[in-house]
Design a protein around this ligand. Structure first.
Ligand SMILES: *[C@@H]1O[C@H](CO)[C@@H](O)[C@H](O)[C@H]1NC(C)=O
Ligand SMILES: *[C@@H]1O[C@H](CO)[C@@H](O)[C@H](O)[C@H]1NC(C)=O
Ligand SMILES: *[C@@H]1O[C@H](CO)[C@@H](O)[C@H](O)[C@H]1NC(C)=O
Ligand SMILES: *[C@@H]1O[C@H](CO)[C@@H](O)[C@H](O)[C@H]1NC(C)=O
Ligand SMILES: *[C@@H]1O[C@H](CO)[C@@H](O)[C@H](O)[C@H]1NC(C)=O
Ligand SMILES: *[C@@H]1O[C@H](CO)[C@@H](O)[C@H](O)[C@H]1NC(C)=O
Ligand SMILES: *[C@@H]1O[C@H](CO)[C@@H](O)[C@H](O)[C@H]1NC(C)=O
Ligand SMILES: *[C@@H]1O[C@H](CO)[C@@H](O)[C@H](O)[C@H]1NC(C)=O
Ligand SMILES: *[C@@H]1O[C@H](CO)[C@@H](O)[C@H](O)[C@H]1NC(C)=O
Ligand SMILES: *[C@@H]1O[C@H](CO)[C@@H](O)[C@H](O)[C@H]1NC(C)=O
Ligand SMILES: CC(=O)N[C@H]1CO[C@H](CO)[C@@H](O)[C@@H]1O
Ligand SMILES: [Ca+2]
Ligand SMILES: [Ca+2]
Length: 580
């Protein structure tokens, strides 16, 4: 009886049209055409020589975004913090980390950016507070209402022996439970023990955090990027999690399957409520402008796209980075095509796609795919429909910096040991931005910044790449410029695997010249007839951008015949149809 409807559905499914061509909903809001750029404030630009980036440093470099075509900057946490986890451990949601500057510096940054036509969004970190936050200091003393802002449990008594409330493991290694003598109880922390999880079943916590949102909205920002959304609510009964079966140490995160501490259904409505709060704010301001909300969470696809239904405009698509459980496999052209089609096939068709290549937690894209493939993957994410999210320095091909155990500062790595830290450390992708070939790569006048500068800065730096005829930076800038076309905004997206090794992508629209991107993921040349993959192309096309190492730099502006397209090894090309 049960199998009949299933069979019917499968049959109905085979009748669908070519699954690789996607229609695009024409963007109407600013964020739908934005390129979002993550600034790691500590590492971007130091204005006062203390070796640490700051807000005035960012303000002094805003023209960089305008030059590049980036339209929205996202600031990773700038709040007051003991800095155990680089500012994600917030001790006051209403104050700035003093090393970064003053509230005046912040409002100057926002105002200057907006005058330049840029949008500014900030990190919102509602899962936890620092253990030095006033609420937790009072909670530890048993003072209400603060005690109930957090999650406490006395553990399980086995005779005289007290066991942990559950076997849950923190994302930063070790138990999620930390004992407090004073309260005779454990508190919950999904990350560092200095990042105490808030109790999202307590409505007072919601009220407090809405006030935080309003405070920053009043300071003029254009939206929020919400941190760690899958971790908000945990199972109410502290049920043990099952073993994952992975061959990893028993105190590390991937030892368990996180069925009780991640992706819980009760987390979703929280985001919906913030979105409504933000919308209400906008109404109260006379609908003065549109504000965006992005959400951060690595999970299986169903859990991620579900955020669209709960008010997230941009649920970050991390599938180039991780499949939700382990690092993404991006070895072949098939892997890339699968990642792209998986998102388009699963996101609601009336929403906006998005693509993330890197961030402050993960190895840089140029390190992961190799510099010779970096331009190609940039062309793809910039020219498909949707919102690309870039990590600072990607535009110039910055790579991870090797740091010794002694030089390591990241809490996630420091919680492990000298033999294990390289698998956990996030410092390599957090070293200073490489502006030029002067002291500390132009990041600071201080020759010993908080993390050392990558040794490659003499050649890999913005000034040199602006001077060069061909560079990662120039290619990045040219690809962004092509987004300002009707065919980019409204054209269909067609993603094709070509001859095993090439990722082909077209944007087409009646009456407009198409955009074609060809990215050869392999170290072998190939000549293809594009007609076998894309319908209705004009006979000839003009090469408008080619990756730095393709050897095609002198061919920019040349006309190519669609029936015999030569693609160099690891080559990436952007072509424009010449229909007129
Ligand atoms: C895309 O739009 C075209 C024209 O409106 C329509 O015929 C086609 O079915 C749509 N394709 C998908 C996958 O929705
Ligand atoms: C939960 O896990 C802990 C630690 O492995 C164990 O001591 C405890 O017995 C488990 N509880 C249940 C109910 O299985
Ligand atoms: C455990 O708590 C969850 C809510 O987090 C609830 O759905 C589930 O029914 C509870 N299970 C038991 C055995 O009480
Ligand atoms: C753990 O989760 C993985 C991925 O979701 C799944 O394949 C596996 O079967 C689970 N393991 C157990 C023991 O439940
Ligand atoms: C938004 O405003 C409506 C109408 O005033 C109100 O009913 C609703 O509770 C508000 N939502 C939030 C999340 O504050
Ligand atoms: C480091 O940690 C690993 C995994 O927990 C352990 O096997 C190893 O012995 C430790 N090494 C040192 C030097 O402590
Ligand atoms: C440093 O950069 C400047 C400007 O980009 C360039 O003219 C000069 O040759 C560079 N010097 C070295 C040593 O690379
Ligand atoms: C976008 O293109 C239009 C004309 O097609 C031009 O006026 C405008 O300046 C361009 N905007 C940007 C940011 O390049
Ligand atoms: C690509 O192949 C060439 C020639 O076979 C070889 O010299 C080169 O090192 C290869 N490149 C990479 C990045 O593997
Ligand atoms: C394109 O190449 C094909 C096959 O080599 C050839 O038949 C055709 O005439 C060429 N078209 C143009 C416009 O050069
Ligand atoms: C990508 C990202 O924002 N990751 C953050 C998730 O949350 C934890 C705890 O706040 C941070 O340590 C990560 O950096
Ligand atoms: Ca500084
Ligand atoms: Ca939580």
């Amino acid at each position: 009886m049960c199998t009949l409807p299933v069979l019917f559905l499968i049959l109905a499914g085979t009748a669908s049209i070519d699954a690789t061509t996607y229609n695009v909903t024409t963007p109407t809001e600013w964020w739908q055409t934005a390129v979002i750029y993550e600034i790691w404030p500590e590492s971007f630009k130091d204005s006062d020589g203390d070796g640490i980036g700051d807000l005035n440093g960012i303000t002094s470099k805003l023209s960089h975004f305008v030059d590049m075509g980036v339209t929205c900057i996202w600031l990773a946490p700038i709040y007051e913090s003991p800095f155990v986890d680089s500012g994600y451990d917030i001790s006051d949601f209403y104050a700035l980390h003093s090393t970064y500057g003053t509230l005046d510096d912040f409002t100057t940054l926002v105002k200057t950016a907006q005058e330049l036509g840029l949008k500014v969004i900030i990190d919102f970190v509602p899962n936890h507070t620092s253990d030095e936050h006033e609420w937790f200091v009072k909670a530890k003393q048993g003072i209400e209402p603060y005690y109930s802002y957090y999650i406490w449990n006395e553990g399980i008594m086995y005779g005289d022996y007290r066991g942990l409330p559950s076997n849950w493991i923190s994302g930063f290694t070790g138990s999620t439970w930390e004992w407090v003598d004073e309260r005779n109880a454990y508190y919950l922390h999904q990350f560092s023990k200095h990042e105490v999880d808030l109790n999202w079943r307590n409505p007072d916590v919601m009220e407090q955090m809405k006030k935080v949102l309003t405070y920053w909205l009043d300071l003029g920002i254009d939206g929020f990027r919400v941190d760690a959304v899958p971790f908000f609510v945990e199972s109410a009964n502290f049920t043990n999690e099952t073993l994952s079966g992975q061959d990893v140490p028993s105190d590390t995160y991937y030892y368990l399957n996180h069925t009780e501490t991640k992706d819980q259904p009760e987390s979703y409505p929280l985001v919906q409520e913030w979105k409504e709060h933000i919308n209400n704010y906008t109404v109260s301001q006379g609908n003065d402008k549109v504000r965006v909300m992005c959400t951060e969470g690595y999970s299986a696809i169903d859990y991620v796209v579900k955020w669209y239904d709960y008010g997230s405009d941009v649920p970050f698509n991390f599938f180039f980075i991780s499949d939700g459980q382990t690092s993404a496999v991006i070895d072949t052209a098939t892997d890339i095509v699968d990642i792209i089609t998986k998102w388009y096939n699963n996101m609601p068709s009336d929403q906006t796609a998005n693509w993330v290549l890197g961030n402050h937690d993960r190895s840089r894209i140029a390190t992961k795919v190799g510099l010779y493939r970096t331009d190609g993957i940039h062309f793809l994410i910039l020219l498909m429909s949707g919102v690309p999210t870039l990590y600072f320095g990607d535009e110039i091909g910055m790579t991870d910096t090797f740091l010794t155990w002694a030089e390591t500062t990241d809490v996630q790595a420091c919680n492990t040991n000298e033999t294990e830290y390289l698998s956990w450390t996030r410092d390599p992708e957090r070293t200073p931005y490489q502006w030029d070939n002067t002291t500390a790569a132009g990041f600071s006048t201080n020759s010993t910044p908080f993390l050392k500068v990558n040794e490659n800065y003499l050649t890999v730096n913005l000034a040199a790449e602006k001077e060069a005829d061909f560079s990662h930076y120039k290619n990045f800038q040219k690809a962004i410029a092509l987004r300002n076309t009707t065919v980019w905004r409204e054209g269909t997206v067609d993603v094709e695997l070509i001859e095993d090794d090439v990722i082909g992508m077209s944007r087409q629209l009646d009456g407009e010249d198409p955009i074609i991107v060809l990215v050869n993921w392999a170290n072998t040349t190939v000549t293809v007839d594009l007609d076998s993959y894309f319908a209705d192309l004009p006979d000839t096309m003009e090469l408008v951008i080619a990756d730095m190492y393709s050897g095609l730099n002198d061919n920019i502006g040349d006309t190519y015949n669609k029936s015999s397209m030569y693609i160099p090894a690891y080559g990436a090309m952007v072509l424009l149809g010449t229909s007129s």
